[in-house]
Design a binder for this molecule. Structure first.
Ligand code: OGA
Ligand code: NI
Length: 337
């Protein structure tokens, strides 16, 4: 490989060896069908109890849903996609100034997932940012493209608002007070991964991201409308979740699985790559405060089943997560009672 990132302007005609999955781990794309009955939730619906019921069903049975009428302005969304595209189109030398493979960095351009831990690489470059509080982190963000900071920070505030609204719905859907989860998670961190999946010569042999669950509480994913690539595990089968105009994919992460005492499932998902077209996605992660104690509420353990996981702080979970790679045993398993 000539550069540390894939988005270097080189068009690969063969998949470099380091990206080739062993046969048993390949995506088997011909066996993947479209996800049926994807839960689509209209957040502007007048009947709140109906939304809460839909959220409960989606979180229980799918671990994700698509949110429409979410109140994030279309222009804000279009601008973030545009500036993200411009960023990845910058000359590779410019981008490499931001390159790091150290997961503890709060701003970095990187590639694959965790290059120093993984055996097989993934066909992805990503820009990872911390986004809360904005005045603390925006100064370290890329200043090229010149509109990056403005457009991305507007997007981050909007998405945070949406995240909070969804966490209220999730609290209610578990029979808890509306602000229960917000209180438990404390002052939440917010991270962003701007994902760029270049055209890949052999999409059958590799991943953009292999199957994983998100280690945080809630993920709000903006998908490229033109190129599909997200797949989720539903009833032990990988199914495609195709982009819907003006929608966000909202994923339950590991922390909500633990907090809900296993009632809600942190959804297994993966990103596959495309032979012809580059694909982009923007993932916003709401993360519990480092000191937040992740412990299920009494109301969810009283049915005699007890707590599925031991109590832990988010800091403990997060450091364990990044010390591993995506192919290992699921991180939550390590916290089982
Ligand atoms: C992620 C992720 C999926 C996608 O960034 O954690 O799962 O479609 N992305 O890019
Ligand atoms: Ni993910």
């Amino acid at each position: 490989m000539d550069t540390k990132v894939l988005s270097s302007g080189i068009r690969y005609t063969n998949l470099p060896e380091g990206y080739v999955r062993p046969e048993s781990e390949r995506p088997n794309l011909s066996e993947v069908s479209e996800c049926e009955n994807v839960p689509v939730i209209d957040l502007a619906c007048d009947d709140r109890s109906l939304i809460v019921q839909q959220v409960a069903d989606a979180c229980k049975n799918y671990g994700f849903f698509q949110a429409i009428n979410h109140e994030v302005p279309l222009e804000t969304v279009e601008r973030v996609l545009e500036v993200a595209k411009e960023f990845f189109n910058l000359p590779v030398e410019e981008k490499l100034k931001l390159y790091s493979d150290d997961p503890s960095k709060t701003m970095r351009l990187s590639t694959s997932f965790n290059v120093n831990k993984e055996k097989v690489h993934n066909w992805r470059d990503y820009l990872r940012l911390h986004c809360y509080p904005l005045d603390k982190y925006v100064p370290e963000w890329p200043s090229n493209p010149s509109t990056f900071k403005e457009f991305v920070s507007t997007y981050c505030s909007e998405v945070r608002g949406l995240g909070y609204r969804v966490l209220e719905l999730i609290s209610e859907s578990l029979g808890l007070e509306k602000d229960y989860i917000k209180k438990v998670l404390g002052e939440q961190g917010q991270h962003m991964a701007v994902n760029f999946y270049p055209p890949c010569p052999e999409p059958e042999l590799t991943y953009g991201l292999p199957g994983h669950t998100d280690p945080n509480a809630l993920t709000i994913l903006l998908q490229d409308l033109e190129v599909a690539g997200l797949q989720v595990l539903k009833d032990d089968k990988w199914v495609a979740v195709n982009p819907l105009p003006n929608a966000f994919v909202i994923n339950i992460g590991d922390q909500l699985q633990a907090l809900s005492n296993g009632r809600y499932k942190s959804v297994w998902h993966r990103a596959i790559v495309n032979a012809e077209k580059a694909r982009m996605s923007v993932a916003s992660f709401l993360c519990p405060n480092n000191d937040a104690m992740i412990s299920p509420p009494k109301a969810l353990t009283e049915d005699g089943s007890g707590a599925v996981y031991r109590d832990f702080t988010y800091a403990e979970y997060y450091s364990k997560f990044w010390s591993r790679n995506l192919d290992q045993e699921h991180c939550l398993e390590l916290f089982k009672n």
